[in-house]
Design a protein around this ligand. Structure first.
Ligand code: HEM
Length: 410
């Protein structure tokens, strides 16, 4: 071990650091900044994590693009939750080349921007329905009344889940999103495992039906072989459907609610958007940068790598703090300013490299349409609680609720 890495490892031994503590959740960006000042690639040893914390924009990108760093299923192999493990293992997110390359091209050919764009009318219809239900109430919880139901309704319809199964599907989806965080409790994992077992059975039946009689949904398109003559196996297909459900739910919920919170905390920016609705796209991009739903992802070094003056040894974990990279002053001038007209804005909230988010276009569209509708429909919106609370999750930026009062235009 070099002197360099020994010194920095010792310097940040933080046994009591708790990323689920209220102070951290209130403003994780202060911690990221302090860490980046020590070193953009820094060894941290705490009660929840032990590994390299990467906070620099360039360093995060170079690791995400470097195939010497691989994705691994983040659950201990001795976990009793076998089904969940097996499914995670089969997903795109936890595959490395060459398997990842094959899977990604088979799924990517179906989940296209055209397919997503065709869903515009249904997304609008769903948002209108959800907002009509609260229109006259004068107050709502943006999380539970709009942001939470929207993505699961949309992905269910895209995959081809019949209307009569939607409530059951939503329940499975809600149970599963409790399992995605690195700090998930055992009970959440057990429930998630159970939900996955049921979902696997459900999707297998649906896949068999679509094989026999294809329709226009994603599953029908995914069962067909690609140009190369290759096609997804049933296990891969099931894992892909479940990943879309997990990866696309919590994240989109939080993008919608974090956007509304940022706007309500910055009335000048909200006013700009109210006056010019074409700013909706750059508003969503700025929230992805400023307070994005996914704050962290992880990789494991498959061999020794030198980066940012540090030597990362084979088998060591690197935690890539996307939320920190997105506030790196080297890349973003005035990084702590929320500016909905910011341009350029090359944030990495959807990751980078081969695992770049497959659902980015869908998430962007849902958030633009949901926030656009809220701003258009209500003449005034105010927070009901001065400081809404954050959920104690590691790696995700998620509010517990977002209660607002409003007046309608009509
Ligand atoms: C991958 C973020 C919405 C499907 C990723 C990654 C990030 C991310 C950071 C890369 C993880 C890594 O490199 O370790 C987000 C955010 C979203 C969002 C912030 C919403 C605001 C969605 C949606 C879907 C989706 C709506 C699908 C319906 C996926 C899939 C992958 C992925 C399949 C894995 C891609 C691969 O490994 O090749 N997402 N995501 N995501 N996301 Fe998203």
């Amino acid at each position: 071990m070099t002197m360099e890495s020994t010194i920095s490892k010792q310097s940040l031994h933080m046994p009591n650091f708790d990323p689920t503590a209220a102070m951290f959740l209130e403003n994780p960006y202060l911690f990221y900044e302090a860490l980046r000042r020590v070193n953009p690639v820094q060894w941290v040893s705490s009660m929840s994590h032990q590994g390299w914390f990467v906070t620099g924009y360039d360093e995060v990108i170079s690791i995400l693009r470097d195939q010497r760093f691989q994705t691994r299923v983040p659950i201990s192999q001795s976990s009793p939750n076998e089904m969940l493990l097996k499914i995670f293992n089969n997903t795109l997110l936890y595959q490395n080349p060459p398997h990842h390359t094959r899977l990604r091209s088979l799924v990517g050919r179906v989940f296209t921007s055209r397919v997503i764009n065709d869903f515009r009318p249904y997304i609008q219809e769903t948002i209108d329905y959800l907002l009509d239900s609260v229109q006259d109430r004068g107050e709502m919880d943006i999380m539970s009344d709009l942001a939470f139901p929207l993505p699961s309704i949309i992905i269910a319809r895209m995959l081809g889940v019949p209307t009569e199964d939607r409530d059951q599907f939503r329940d499975w989806s809600n149970t599963l999103i409790q399992t995605i965080d690195l700090a998930r409790p055992d009970e959440a994992m057990e429930l998630g495992n159970q939900a996955v077992m049921e979902l696997v059975g459900y999707f297998k039946k649906l896949i068999a039906k679509r094989r026999e009689k294809p329709t226009n949904d994603l599953i029908s398109k995914l069962v067909v072989e690609g140009e190369s003559g290759d096609k997804l196996t049933d296990d891969e297909l099931v894992a892909t459907c479940i990943l879309m459900l997990i990866a696309g739910h919590e994240t989109t919920v939080n993008l919608i609610s974090n956007t509304m919170l940022s706007l309500l905390n910055h009335p000048n920016e909200l006013e700009k958007l109210q006056q010019d609705s074409t700013l909706i796209k750059s508003t969503i991009e700025e929230v992805l940068r400023y307070d994005g739903p996914t704050q962290m992802t992880a990789r494991t070094a498959a061999e020794e790598v030198k980066i940012g003056g540090q030597r990362i040894e084979k088998g060591q974990h690197v935690y890539l703090l996307l939320g920190a990279a997105n506030r790196d002053p080297v890349k973003f001038p005035s990084p702590n300013t929320f500016d909905i007209t910011r341009s350029p804005n090359q944030h990495i909230a959807f990751g980078n490299g081969i695992h770049f988010c497959l659902g980015a276009a869908l998430a962007r569209l849902e958030a633009q349409m949901a926030v656009g509708a809220l701003v258009k429909r209500f003449s005034t919106i105010q927070l009901k609680t001065a400081q809404p609370e954050w959920r104690p999750l590691i790696g995700f930026r998620a509010l517990k609720e977002l209660k607002v009062a409003y007046n309608s235009y009509k």
